[in-house]
Design a protein around this ligand. Structure first.
Ligand SMILES: Cc1cc2nc3c(=O)[nH]c(=O)nc-3n(C[C@H](O)[C@H](O)[C@H](O)COP(=O)(O)O)c2cc1C
Length: 163
């Protein structure tokens, strides 16, 4: 049973609605199957070594596999990829998620070809905390789409960051 104060949860929720985040799809390949999840909980960690972290809900479909894979990819979405964000956040759309726009081999984690950025990481550590796990990756490769116009999520809405 959680001892969390409900008013702290509400005020934290209100505070987080005022935090703008880029929207990412974290992907892995496991046993020949491509998996992914929409996640705003991504942060760079260090430049030495180049590393980042992502936070994944333990009840999501890919959480168990995240604990086993050697690599994952952070696909930072472009402003024109809101439909992809919605698809990877909707359980009913599992079958549609990788139909087009993605690399097809399952040697490395799937890359969204037109992503704002895609960052392949070697998964080196994870920590469970509450409902989520924090996965740490060391960056092995990063590619960018030249135009800078990331999709952001703020106050429960998708939008852009560039005027
Ligand atoms: C804007 C947005 C951001 C999200 N960020 C995260 C996140 O950082 N981590 C997470 O585990 N789930 C996050 N979610 C929820 C998952 O995308 C959603 O629960 C998804 O359906 C889980 O994948 P599954 O259907 O394959 O289990 C987010 C959802 C939205 C709409």
């Amino acid at each position: 049973m959680s001892e969390t104060d409900p008013s702290a949860v509400e005020s934290f929720r209100a505070a987080m609605r005022r935090v703008a985040s880029t929207v990412n799809v974290i992907t892995i390949c496991v046993g020949g199957e491509r998996m992914g999840i929409t996640a705003t909980a991504m942060s760079s960690l260090a430049m030495d070594p180049p590393s980042l972290l992502v936070c994944i809900n333990r009840f999501s479909a890919m959480h168990g596999s995240m604990e086993d894979v050697s690599h994952f990819c952070v696909n930072v979405l472009h402003r024109d990829q809101e439909n992809i964000a919605r698809m990877f956040a909707d359980r009913r759309q599992h079958a549609l998620r990788f139909l087009s726009g993605w690399t097809e081999d399952c040697v490395r984690p799937p890359r969204l070809i037109d992503a704002q950025a895609s960052i392949v990481c070697r998964r080196i550590d994870h920590h469970r905390f509450g409902t989520h796990s924090i996965f740490i990756g060391v960056v092995e490769d990063a590619q960018v789409r030249e135009e800078v116009n990331p999709l952001v999520y703020v106050d429960g809405q998708y939008g852009g960051a560039v005027d």
